[in-house]
Design a protein around this ligand. Structure first.
Ligand code: FAD
Ligand code: SF4
Length: 510
């Protein structure tokens, strides 16, 4: 029996049981497909990272003795369509069995399911052996409950895995060290950078150009700054544990001009394409804490473990519990277009200018930049969540729908009406001013509300709450806001509303 096994671009898990033995009757296929490069316009570094990692993975498989078919994006015979390319191989290689690993994206899951239903040969879907939970586990865990609370899901996983546990109790006596984390940075830090990738990117760039794949953003001069092989990803992990983890939690929410990464791990791409298993990342971090608890304290360690064991697994669970309807939720009925400067960084609002330019240059922004700068602005300005999704899904190196849409539509835009978060994450300029040095070099004044040079966040913040009063007022975590508003003098209220309206009228000029 001749078997064809499909490996998608985010299934580069060399530890998968598929690869334990070499079988002369099994052919693996990896394809650089137009359909995957164009469902949104992607950042050039994202396309390069995916294609480089896939090509390197195919080389590793070949070295281990597996038979591999690799289809380049610029190959004249490559139709760019998944089904067409699979059918060609099935026919030309007399394949009599087809297998694939369960895709993480609903779109591909459906496409492959439909494809298999039309096949005349047997087909089989296998687990990716990557996550801690099965797809449907979150929905089962919260069955009958009003809300999916991340904290409970996370605690269940801490107990199940035994990570940072002492018997049935959390290490240190509490589950969550958030209150000890999240400090601003006072002075510019001196943070060492991990080594860049050693892979040559010129050939990948040449074939992306030849295939005319649309893209945006810039490529860095010189070497490529993202890990595209397992060894490079392991080097990134080592670098993180050695140099960044000791301060990770402390400065998790801090933002600094010209410091795109600070103490963040930059492991999301490597994990999302499965070069690294989340368990090995967590176990390495916990081992470093156990070895040297004075240097790598429990609060840094727990803060990091919660991101991966908690948020990452939780978001995936939400995705599978809520798709496909989740992709159309628009709780606030927001329909404004994204200002054009989101695509070129040309705005006078310094926090947005820094975050967007950094994203265009590095295909990266850390969590708080995504949530409290770009996301906060989109939410307060009433940008259509479809526009928000398109931007986030295209621009970030780690953007794959299951983890992008739940963060964007859910956590950041509250377009799901409270499935992911119990209240919208938003703030006026005060938060950005406290957590960053952006406001010091801004044309706008973070303390002013209605003057010509007042920070747009301040009036938009009130406008957002007022125009959505019927949807938010009964939320116990927000009710106070409306009490404060109602106590304000009418002339202050009028000035804030008219300022916000003038900001909304000229979003493209901010
Ligand atoms: P670190 O800060 O070092 O955190 C370590 C790891 O924890 C990350 O690599 C990631 O795997 C995990 N993690 C942290 N927060 C989250 C979270 N909220 N959800 C899921 N995993 C998390 N993450 C993506 O992987 N892909 C996306 O497309 C994506 N889009 C986002 C869009 C918005 C609007 C927001 C607010 C967040 C988004 N995130 C996304 C989550 C988070 O911002 C990134 O995982 C993180 O910035 C990646 O950088 P890092 O590896 O340096 O993370
Ligand atoms: Fe951003 Fe407002 Fe601060 Fe300027 S003043 S950096 S726009 S928060």
């Amino acid at each position: 029996m001749k078997k064809l096994r499909l490996i998608l671009g985010d299934q580069l898990n060399i530890q998968h049981s598929w690869f334990k033995t070499v079988d002369a009757n099994t052919i693996y296929v990896l394809m650089e497909l137009r359909q995957e490069s164009t469902y949104v316009t992607h950042h050039i570094q994202k396309i390069v990272a995916f294609f480089s990692a896939m090509e390197a993975f195919a080389e590793t498989l070949k070295k281990l003795g597996h038979e591999v078919v690799y289809i380049y994006c610029d190959a004249p015979e490559n139709s760019g369509e998944l089904e067409t390319e699979l059918l060609k191989i099935i026919k030309s290689r007399n394949i009599d069995g087809f297998e694939y690993q369960l895709p993480d994206e609903y779109r591909l899951d459906k496409q492959l399911g439909d494809f298999c239903a039309t096949l005349k040969i047997p087909s089989k879907a296998c687990d990716t052996e990557h996550f801690f939970c099965r797809r449907e586990e979150l929905a089962q865990f919260f069955e009958g409950k009003k809300q999916y609370l991340m904290e409970f899901f996370y605690r269940m996983l801490r107990k199940r895995t035994g990570y940072l546990m002492q018997g049935a109790q959390p290490e240190g006596g509490i589950w969550n060290f958030d209150h000890e984390n999240r400090k601003p940075i006072k002075e510019r830090p001196n943070i060492p950078r991990p080594a860049h990738s050693k892979r040559e990117v010129i050939p990948v760039l040449a074939r992306i150009k030849q295939a005319q794949l649309p893209n945006f953003g810039t490529m860095p001069a010189g070497t490529f700054p993202w890990p595209v092989t397992r060894n490079e990803a392991l080097d990134f992990l080592d670098h993180f544990v050695q140099h960044l983890l000791p301060d990770f939690g402390n400065f998790q929410d801090a933002m600094q001009e010209d410091e795109p990464y600070l103490y963040h791990s930059r492991l999301s791409f490597a994990m999302n394409v499965k070069l690294l298993h989340p368990a090995e990342v967590i176990e390495r971090v916990i081992a470093a804490h156990k070895q040297n608890p004075e240097r790598i304290s429990l609060n840094q360690t727990e803060g990091f473990v919660r991101q991966i064991l908690g948020w990452r697994e939780y978001m995936r669970g939400i995705y599978w519990a809520q798709m496909p309807q989740y992709a159309h939720l628009n709780f606030f009925n927001a329909h404004r277009k994204l200002p054009a400067w989101f695509w070129d960084g040309n705005t006078q609002m310094n926090c947005l200018k820094q975050t967007i330019n950094q994203s265009l240059d590095y295909a990266y922004a850390h969590h708080i930049q995504r949530l409290m700068v770009t996301g906060n602005f989109m939410l307060l300005a009433g940008i259509d969540p479809d526009e928000a999704d398109r931007w986030y899904l295209g621009i970030y190196i780690d953007a794959i729908e299951w983890v992008e849409i739940t963060n964007t539509r859910g956590m950041s835009q509250y377009a799901d009406g409270g499935i992911v978060g119990s209240k919208p994450y938003c703030s006026s300029a005060a938060y950005i001013s406290k957590m960053s040095n952006y406001c010091k070099n801004c044309r706008y004044d973070s303390k002013l509300k209605t003057e010509d040079n007042a920070c747009p966040f301040n009036s938009l913040y009130w406008h957002f709450h007022l125009r959505n009063r019927d949807k938010l007022e009964r939320n116990p975590r927000i009710g106070m806001m409306y009490k404060t508003w109602d106590k304000m003098l009418p002339q202050h209220q009028d000035a804030l509303i008219s300022k916000a309206e003038s900001v909304l009228d000229k979003l493209n000029e901010l």
